[in-house]
Design a binder for this molecule. Structure first.
Ligand code: IVH
Length: 747
């Protein structure tokens, strides 16, 4: 198929040849993308496209008509989003043998297993790559999706099809089967890829994980195909029939179906066996040929896994026991203070660049002022009380994705001129006082939104992907508008008045640097489109401390409407304050007890503080409801309450809300007789622990509350139920015993 022969063709001949080529390319695309069966080699495909391009260079009108206009070029700027049929979760981490022992004790406690009852777990390497979910229907691969935020990932099907370890078809598989595992790149392949990249003048990758991620998320599947990606299957999502009764059996079945599974996986009984497996896997780490960053332990019996269930983002039946982090020594060149969205002053170490575990590190966190001074939050010495000074020789620690941190200091190498670091008392960004509240390790700027660092960080967060995600309003534009005299944007509400202010202004945005008629109009339209916003995105976008995307979804689901959330927060405020006072009383009691060398009487201290605060039952119920919300604990509840009670923040929220319509959250698709009902457990449960009962009820879509109120739908009362059952009777609420409850939920 040399292109020279085109020279001999006249125009009709060229057009006929172009049509023939275009048809051939279209057929090859179909075969590749839809029929799982590429019918020509990559080299031949490229030759076809080159030949098409050669004709189009001579007859340019053809270019817009055929496949050149569609393929090769990215189909879109991003991948299509896909909602996972079952959420893709992450794992809790353990760093020490004690953490693992605690994990086992928690599992046993949750399941109420007798001490002598055996508990089998599996141990397998934790592959340092990126997780991928593969959906097979009737034995054919129909969808491959990245994890994304766990609920929604990206559709990378065309790319996944190019990975040799991923079967396109399965024989004898369940009708619906989602196989999950890790995409990774081996060491040798990684080194060769970087060499090719260097030779081609392209950017190289810092480590195999980045290379794997960059290769899988290529808009052109042909690029992915040229990258040597591999895949280990270790888990599953939705399935029409279970793969087996145990983790071991299910993984063996995946291997039979044609997946690569990790050969180092083994069954272990008891803590010692798990730790021995961990040591052995760690010792073999250097010769594996691919990166692993720990060992994952999973309860083997899938019926027990089912009972254990999930917390908001991690399963209760598994844990990742990480390998010790990688360490390196280098010089501390300076300490900078960064001001975050919440006003926190964070010290950042500027380091003489050093390679730690294959990545060049030049910045690392120093946590907070106590950490630099060599104290923990309680004032006890850390690093034997050694402080950290500019000029010191320091040890840098890095583990996987964790932000590098300064771990230790070598006093023998301290230069004589080094002086102790004085943590600033004023915000370096706005000059406002920076204060530390009692019990808080962090010093915070009190400037609020007058502090440009905080205001800009808030705005950046507000327009970020998981929040308002306004196209055309990225970090750069936010910084520009923030400093702009004509069209300033100082707080989120200002974004929604931009268009009106622009229309009234003489120097219109469309005539400014970086903007034209179209881009200005597009920006205003993108803002307009976000006046209607899902509840969870709004909540996440407000940038409340401790409010992550998952928690925002949980809170949105629980309260369903904005008004209900606000009303509840306002009601709960006195209880929130009482709760904080009780925390302080508890701390004071702990310290007093330590000084007097006696046991602290924490419960009494709390009770006294709560009594003194005279919280009304309604406020207490609102607080209990908030703290009891799935995914919310006292820390987030307090932070949420503080934000809404702070006049400045509340003002900014109210000003914003005047521009918005809030979309109620989608209910989790759960069909169960208790979905959406509020349940209270009281008395002794005999068939399972309280924790398991609560988790099961929540997994069926119920809300579990701690106290009975008019909003309670159902009370499950075991023996010894007292005031709560009486209260329920008084209110005419349905009361079930444990067996009736289990029948109701079909357990
Ligand atoms: S099990 C329900 N097993 O680690 C949780 N995960 O830090 C299912 N990973 O998102 C995960 N090797 O991407 C599991 N052998 C292994 C793994 C593994 C690597 C990744 C996975 C997960 C992340 C959590």
């Amino acid at each position: 198929m040399a292109d020279e022969d085109l020279q001999g063709l006249d125009e009709p001949g060229l057009r006929a040849e172009w049509q023939r080529l275009a048809d051939r390319v279209a057929a090859a695309n179909l075969a590749y993308h839809q029929a799982d069966a590429p019918d020509i080699s990559d080299a031949d495909y490229d030759a076809l496209k080159r030949r098409l391009a050669a004709i189009e260079a001579r007859l340019p009108d053809l270019a817009a008509l055929g496949p050149s206009a569609q393929i090769g070029a990215p189909p879109s700027e991003t991948f299509a989003k896909v909602r996972h049929a079952q959420r893709m979760l992450s794992l809790e981490n353990a760093f020490t043998g004690e953490d693992v022992a605690d994990f086992i004790a928690r599992v046993r406690g949750f399941l109420n297993l007798a001490e002598a009852a055996p508990l089998v777990l599996t141990a397998e390497p934790k592959i340092d790559g990126l997780s991928l979910s593969l959906r097979y229907e009737a034995g054919r691969l129909v969808l491959a999706a990245t994890r994304g935020d766990g609920e929604t990932g990206e559709n990378v099907t065309a790319n996944a099809r190019t990975i040799a370890d991923i079967p396109q078809t399965l024989a004898g598989a369940p009708a619906v089967l989602e196989v999950r595992g890790e995409v990774y790149m081996g060491h040798a392949d990684f080194a060769a890829l970087n060499e090719r990249q260097t030779a081609a003048g392209d950017k190289t990758f810092a480590n195999p994980r980045n290379a794997a991620a960059g290769s899988l998320r290529q808009l052109d599947a042909a690029v992915t195909a040229a990258r040597p990606l591999r895949f280990f299957a270790y888990s599953w999502g939705e399935m029409s029939t279970p793969l087996g009764p145990t983790q071991t059996a299910a993984v063996a079945r995946l291997a039979e179906l044609g997946f690569k599974v990790n050969p180092l996986m083994r069954r272990c009984e008891g803590l010692e066996a798990l730790l021995a497996a961990w040591r052995e896997i760690e010792q073999g780490r250097a010769t594996l040929g691919y990166d692993i960053d720990g060992v994952v332990y999973k309860v083997d019996d899938l019926a027990l896994q089912d009972r254990l269930g999930f917390r908001s983002t991690t399963p209760r039946w598994a844990i990742a026991h990480k390998f010790p982090a990688e360490l390196a020594w280098t010089r501390l060149l300076g300490i900078d203070i960064q001001v975050g969205r919440t006003g926190a002053l964070s010290p950042v170490a500027r380091l003489q660049p050093v390679t730690v575990g294959g990545v060049v590190v030049s910045n690392a966190t120093l946590h907070n002022e106590d950490y630099i001074a060599g104290r923990d939050a309680k004032g006890s010495p850390i690093r034997d009380g050694k402080d950290i000074r500019v000029g010191d020789w320091v040890q840098v620690y890095r583990a996987g994705d964790v932000i590098p941190k300064v771990a230790d200091v070598d006093l023998a190498q301290r230069p004589p001129e080094a002086v102790a670091f004085t943590f600033p008392r004023l915000c370096p960004e706005c000059g406002s006082e920076a204060v530390r509240e009692e019990g808080d390790a962090v010093r915070r700027c009190t400037g609020g939104l007058i502090c440009p660092a905080q205001a800009i960080e808030q705005l950046r967060h507000f327009v970020s992907r998981g929040a308002f995600d306004i196209e055309g309003l990225g970090v750069k534009q936010i910084e520009m508008f923030f400093a702009d005299d004509q069209l300033p944007v100082k707080e989120p509400a200002d974004i929604f008045t931009l268009a009106a202010r622009d229309a009234a202004s003489l120097t219109r945005l469309r005539n400014r640097d970086g903007f034209g008629e179209k881009s200005a109009a597009n920006l205003f339209q993108a803002i307009e489109d976000r006046r209607t916003i899902p509840f969870a995105r709004l909540l996440f976008g407000l940038g409340i401390r401790h409010m992550g995307e998952v928690a925002a979804q949980d809170v949105a689901r629980h309260f369903a409407t904005w008004a209900a959330l606000v009303e509840s927060l306002d009601h709960a405020r006195p209880a929130a304050l009482a709760h904080r006072a009780a925390d302080a009383a508890e701390d004071a009691e702990r310290m007093a007890a330590a000084a007097e060398a006696r046991r602290p009487r924490i419960a009494e201290a709390r009770r006294a503080a709560m009594t003194a605060a005279q919280v009304t039952p309604a406020a207490q119920a609102a607080w209990d409801d908030l703290v009891g919300t799935d995914g919310v604990g006292p820390v987030l509840a307090l932070s949420l309450s503080d934000s809404f009670a702070n006049p400045q923040e509340r003002g900014a929220i109210d000003r914003l809300m005047a521009h918005l319509t809030v979309l109620p959250p989608e209910a989790r698709a759960k069909v169960s007789p208790v979905a959406g009902k509020t349940v209270v457990f009281t008395g002794t449960l005999e068939r399972m622990t309280r924790a398991e009962a609560k988790a099961r009820a929540e997994a069926m879509g119920a809300k579990v509350a701690g106290s009975v109120s008019a909003r309670t739908d159902l009370v499950v009362a075991g023996p010894g139920a007292g005031s709560k059952a009486r209260e329920a009777e008084k209110l005419g609420i349905e009361i079930l015993d444990e067996d009736a409850w289990l029948r109701l939920i079909g357990a």
